[in-house]
Design a protein around this ligand. Sequence first.
Ligand SMILES: O=C(O)CCC(=O)C(=O)O
Length: 326
Amino acid sequence: MPYMPQVVTRPDRYRVHADQYAHYQREGYLVVPSLLNQTDVETLRDWADGLYNGQIPVGGHDPYDPEMSAAEKSARVTRIHMLHRNQPVAEWGLLHPRLLDVLEALIGPDVLALQSMLFFNPPGMGGQGWHQDAYYITTYPETLIGAWIALEDVDIENGCLWVAPGSSNEPVYPDAEPFQSVHATEAFDSLPPARNASSLDDEANSLSKVAARYPEIIPVPMKAGDVLFFHSHLLHRSYPNKTKDRFRRAYVCHYCNARSWVPWNHGESYEGDSGNYLHILARGQTHLPYAAPAFGTKVDLPVIDPGKPAAGKRMMAMPDGQMMEM
Ligand SMILES: O=C(O)CCC(=O)C(=O)O
């Protein structure tokens, strides 16, 4: 079937600069300031507030008690996963066209939306030790990427993310249990298992030592509406919110190239040998199965005319060493 990626033009389309692309490839992360406007951030934040305060019911959590104290609320929930499967606003945020514009440039053209996580991190809560996201979400070939959307200003005090720039060049350190989280471990001469990945205890978490080999480990302070894109091999972490009166709300979503095979469904079962059919095609096309948005969020997929020849250039090497267009 003839298919060439076609960029959909919109007046607010975000165009990635070559320097931004190179920064992402070199350092393993990229912050795009003000990718979401304040209206969109408020939509996500109001929704997060509704969930946190119990006005919007969340499956799997205790029913709302209007008398709950701040301490009871924060003990009730610090983060919620996969909300895009049952909440229209979560699906809208996951498939936000400006996020997809950047993803199309960094891992596209074909983009599959896999996962969503809403972090509340009220005062005193949250924090996740050093880890690599590809340890948790498997994509073959590995094309996983995270998009960390700041729903309010984040800094060292309220628990922003920290990254080890360049650590995206590390392999994924596998689970102690073989075959659970990484491919081809036998292809490596020595690949020590990740012990206690994500633990806040740096002595227990073996990835702390890998991160410490990097010359700088930096915090990533952000303004509400900024988005941090980060490579799935990048070592990153966060600390608990140290403030007494500020939340650290973030909406964090994961994507991969839609041509990757994804034997993953957030720990849930799936039919057959891959979960691709459960994940939403957000841009482009794929030869693999995929899902459509459940709540009708619009995605820009190309209309393919099977009768139209592919638009790609075909080149041929000439005897004099030059390339000629056919
Ligand atoms: O936001 C956080 O505290 C941790 C997020 C994170 O590490 C991730 O999404 O992989």
